[in-house]
Write a protein that binds this ligand. Structure first.
Ligand code: GLY
Ligand code: MN
Ligand code: MN
Length: 435
């Protein structure tokens, strides 16, 4: 399949799922940073999934039913602007290259939409995600309603297009799996690089720079999310992104970092000793988190419910917390009372795809949905021990998370991120020449 045929096929699949009506899916807006600068532009994931088109100021409109149509609205060619900002396809170029039935200048969107919406029974769009789009599309719908006396009716049904699109995106096709394998490989290389680079006395941001360098030199120009580079006690702050503390001899370093490649995320966490050697207490906690992760990955299998990996991890962590005297009672009572939440307060994973926390429901009705081939998820148990009364002092400020990216396959699963050292022996071997 050519690159652009796969997007046309997705549009057709969405139109078939809609059965009737019209869908309007805008890309992401450009966001000003200050004065004349903008945040790095990132297309909208739903829009990109259906088009492969990365320019800002674009909207795809799909008409379902007997007369299917696939229409792009985008920026016009503009010789002067292209001198400053670079090439733009323009409607004619985009229609030809990306395989749309028609394309128009974005400035004509409201006028054309008012024509296209006429006599359509349903309007599908990402309902409620952006008040400006809600107001704009409902405004166009009102304009169509005003034509009632000429026998034209406006869409009576408003539908959230994400109900269909999220389900499509949840199952990654072989092309998407291939990109995500490559993204994972680049991120694994960055974790290896960081392990070889880290030394006591460095600042967290120096290690962060190694990631950004490794991502970028492989064509992954951006991280998929802000990297967490957290030495010592900072690892116990789950969303620590300051990344500006000095790394101390004897501390652990938790790094949650992954690149985005061709619009797809990777998401990896590794935790390793700043000086290359785990202390006995650090090793005790690390081995428990590692065992919890292994238990979780072993049940990430087709047919198992979404929650099975979380439950498997929790059971191992609860036993470990009892053994380490972090929790009192039995495994059953720790699970029942949720006393483990003092040290493990997040869930064991999420869907992964174009968005790091990707789209897709986790439940079907009241039940956790079964895992299916093509689903991609993270498995990321952890343990975060803040100083507190009753907590053994030698464990204070140890924060550990181990996170891998897992594809559900027909046979079981494939861990995409095995190249990032994970066992105590592998990590210490990787770091052995650091000092
Ligand atoms: N890096 C975000 C997460 O692990 O969920
Ligand atoms: Mn994650
Ligand atoms: Mn992560």
């Amino acid at each position: 399949m050519t690159d652009y045929a796969r997007y046309a096929e997705r549009r057709k699949r969405l139109q078939t799922g809609m059965q009737h009506g019209i869908a309007v899916i805008p890309t992401a807006p450009e966001v000003a940073r200050n004065a004349d600068t903008h945040y790095d532009y990132r297309h909208g994931s739903h829009f990109y999934y259906l088009t492969g088109f990365t320019e800002p100021e674009a909207v795809v409109v799909l008409v379902a039913g007997d007369k299917m149509q696939s229409i792009l609205f985008c920026r016009e060619k503009n010789a002067e602007r292209e001198v400053w900002d670079g090439f733009r396809y323009g409607p004619d170029g985009a229609a030809e290259k990306f395989g749309f039935d028609a394309a128009y200048p974005i400035a004509q969107l409201d006028e054309k939409l008012a024509e296209l919406m006429g006599n359509q029974p349903a309007l599908f769009y990402p309902l409620g995600t952006d008040p400006a789009w809600d107001a704009r599309l409902l405004g166009v719908r009102e304009a169509v309603k005003a034509k009632a006396r000429s026998g034209i009716h406006a869409p009576g049904e408003l539908r959230d297009v994400r109900a269909l699109l999220d389900e499509m995106r949840l199952i990654k096709d072989p092309h998407e799996q291939d990109i995500m394998r490559r993204a994972a490989k680049i991120s694994c290389g960055a974790h290896r690089r960081a392990m070889r680079f880290a030394r006591p006395g460095q600042f967290e941001y120096e290690v962060e720079a190694e990631y950004l360098h490794e991502f970028c030199r492989h064509g992954a120009r951006q991280p998929a999310y802000t990297s967490i580079v957290a030495g010592g006690a900072n690892a116990c702050t789950l969303h620590y992104v300051g990344n500006n503390s000095r790394l101390n001899d004897g501390d652990l370093l938790l790094i949650d970092a992954g690149c985005e490649l061709e619009g797809y995320a990777s998401d990896i966490t590794r935790t390793f000793p700043v000086n290359g050697k785990f202390s006995p207490a650090q090793k005790d906690v690390y081995e428990i988190v590692l065992a919890a992760q292994a238990a979780a990955i072993s049940v990430a299998q087709p047919g198992k419910p979404w929650n099975a990996p979380h439950e498997a991890a929790l059971r191992v962590l609860a036993q470990g917390f009892v053994d380490l005297k972090l929790c009192t009672g039995t495994v059953e009572s720790v699970l029942e009372t949720e006393s483990y939440k003092q040290f493990y307060m997040h869930r064991t994973g999420h869907w992964l795809g174009m968005d790091v926390h990707d789209v897709g429901e986790y439940k079907s009705g009241e039940q956790w949905r079964p895992l299916q081939p093509g689903m991609m998820l993270t498995v990321e148990p952890g343990c975060y021990i803040r100083p507190a009364d009753g907590v053994p002092k030698e464990l204070w400020n140890i924060g550990i998370r181990i996170e891998d990216d897992v594809l559900i396959t027909a046979q079981g699963n494939e861990v995409l991120t095995l190249d990032a050292p994970k066992s105590v022996a592998e990590i210490e071997e990787t770091m052995k020449n650091n000092n």
